[in-house]
Design a binder for this molecule. Structure first.
Ligand SMILES: CC(C)(COP(=O)(O)OP(=O)(O)OC[C@H]1O[C@@H](n2cnc3c(N)ncnc32)[C@H](O)[C@@H]1OP(=O)(O)O)[C@@H](O)C(=O)NCCC(=O)NCCS
Length: 502
């Protein structure tokens, strides 16, 4: 500080002298009297500036010598919240480094103990028992029949050949069969493996949600058409269902949308909510598409590798503590499983919601890419369910929750009904392929309601966020272990048990 002040004073003094010199130089060309006058003024100026500067300098020298002695001031420690310090980037990097190091150790230990367990051929055998029999794929191909029935019904409704009630009956039968037919097939056909069954049921569930939305939206269009027609007194200006070109994009209006092409675009589009005119991107970005494809391939390998090498040995070794009902060992295995399970779930999230959905969307030039929002910042369980799976959340809001609220159902009952339906589908997707009904997934989903209430009521901010993470990290492996244990007891009771795991 002192040095700085001295330096400043020197600079100012030099500037005053230079200014005075400059002034006298400028005046050289004029008459002598004015020269002598002005040189006198300049001298006075210089003298004045020297006097004030020397006074300032004296004070500043005094201050500087005082400053030299002071080395403390009033301030808070950085880690205390009152300091206002918020930059913890270094700590975050430290966490990442520690995570990588710890996992590297686990990876090495795992390799030393088990050798390489990764076997891509085994993945194929998860889906197929017999390479010449593809029952799950056949089941998926048959699903086209239900798509055609839905389209045919909508065309008849648009033409007025079917009444609204009759149309609703056909749609209801069609949707019920979509849910029941794969269940009966999976339960009756022993050649369908659990993985194959899960794939087929997943496709049918998505189809159920899509066709439900298709039915609703077309009904809304008919209702709007009737209202418009009534208000225009059967005027011919009522839209006749033609397609129009708007800025290079075709704009369809009801019933022009009831075509096979439109239906299949919706079936393959990464959304569950039907719309007559989806937002479309202008072109396919090849670079973006290839990046997503590369991610999909890489992450699939990683998912398979981590499951076979890390998760399966832990699950196998958890069976004995379960059989002996050794509680402390069960908890220990559960915590061991939590890490690989959570890592695999995170990778799955990125693989499905970012890479795969963006890949399909880019291929179809589907414009709305909001497949997820920042669920990782969730401070409440409600926020998590609103943001982690946007296609399902949008469907729930548009076709289930809001219609219920409009009918006068309370928010609490509406939310409970949505979670009940979601719990049903979770159980449906797990129990049927495994051919055992244990309700663990159902209970896990229903438990979200009291958990949401507890976190919303008692925990806020970072504590709420930690509670959401904890429920994800611990909740899932509990369900996994429950199902695997029950599946093991059902199918491999007599096989010898593995005891050790990393
Ligand atoms: C149940 C669920 C739909 C509730 O969603 P939410 O966003 O908390 O619901 P809210 O009560 O805040 O209301 C949401 C909407 O309803 C609207 N709404 C509220 N009261 C209304 C009423 N009486 N009539 C019509 N609309 C109403 C709100 O305006 C809001 O609309 P917006 O989204 O356009 O802003 C949500 O938690 C959910 O999707 N849960 C299940 C998720 C799930 O199972 N996912 C599975 C993933 S594997």
């Amino acid at each position: 500080m002192g040095d700085k002040d001295k330096f400043g004073a020197t600079l100012r003094r030099r500037a005053t002298i230079t200014a005075a010199k400059g002034e006298s130089k400028q005046l050289n060309g004029t008459n002598a009297t004015s020269v002598s006058n002005s040189s006198g003024k300049a001298k006075r100026k210089i003298q004045e500036s020297f006097t004030t500067d020397s006074l300032n300098e004296h004070g500043k020298q005094k201050n500087a010598s005082y400053d030299k002695m002071r080395c403390h001031k009033m301030q808070e420690s950085m880690l205390s919240s009152a300091s206002g310090f918020r930059n913890y980037r270094g700590i975050l990097n430290w966490c990442v480094v520690m995570l990588v190091l710890n996992n590297a150790r686990l990876f090495l230990e795992n390799l030393l103990r088990y050798g390489i367990l990764v076997d891509p051929i085994q993945v194929v055998s998860l889906f197929l028992k017999d390479p010449y029999s593809w029952p799950a794929a056949c089941l998926v191909i048959v699903s086209n029949l239900f798509i055609i029935v839905a389209l045919y019904t909508e065309r008849k409704l648009a033409m007025g050949s079917f009444g609204e009630k009759y149309g609703l009956l056909i749609h209801s039968i069609n949707l019920s069969v979509i849910l029941c037919f794969p269940v009966i097939t999976v339960l009756k056909l022993p050649s369908i493996t659990p993985a194959g069954g899960l794939f087929a049921l997943g496709v049918y569930t998505v189809l159920f949600l899509k066709l439900y939305s298709y039915k609703d939206v077309n009904r809304w269009c008919r209702e709007r058409r009737h209202t418009k027609a009534r208000s225009l007194c059967r005027s011919l200006s009522c839209p006749s269902g033609q397609s129009s070109e708007n800025g290079g994009q075709t704009h369809v209006s009801y019933p022009g949308n009831l075509s096979l092409r439109d239906m299949y675009y919706f079936i393959f589009a990464p959304t569950l909510c039907y719309e007559l005119n989806f937002p479309r991107s202008e072109r396919i970005r090849i670079g973006f598409l290839l990046r997503r494809l590369f991610e999909m391939l890489l992450l699939t390998q990683l998912l398979v590798g981590l499951t076979q090498q890390w998760m399966v040995p832990i699950i196998r070794s958890s069976m004995k503590p379960f059989k002996d009902m050794d509680l402390s060992r069960i908890i220990e295995r559960l915590l061991r499983l939590a890490l690989p399970n959570h890592l695999i779930w995170l990778i799955f999230f990125y693989w499905f919601f970012h890479s795969s959905m963006n890949f399909v969307a880019e291929l179809l030039r589907f414009g709305d890419r909001e497949f997820y929002r920042d669920w990782w910042n969730s401070e409440t369980v409600t926020y998590f369910w609103q943001n982690w799976n946007i296609p399902v959340h949008k469907w729930c809001l548009r076709h289930f929750y809001k219609p219920m609220l409009r009918k006068g159902v309370s928010k609490w009952v509406g939310q409970s009904a949505v979670f009940f339906a979601s719990a049903f589908f979770h159980e449906y997707l797990v129990s049927v392929p495994l051919r055992m009904f244990r309700l663990w997934a159902f209970m896990g989903m229903m438990a979200q309601l009291p958990l949401a209430w507890f976190v919303g009521r008692y925990l806020r901010g970072n504590y709420g966020n930690a509670a959401v993470w904890l429920s994800l990290i611990i909740g899932q492996p509990i369900a996994v272990l429950m199902y695997v244990h029950d599946y093991y007891v059902n199918n491999y009771q007599d096989e010898p048990l593995e005891v050790e795991a990393l």
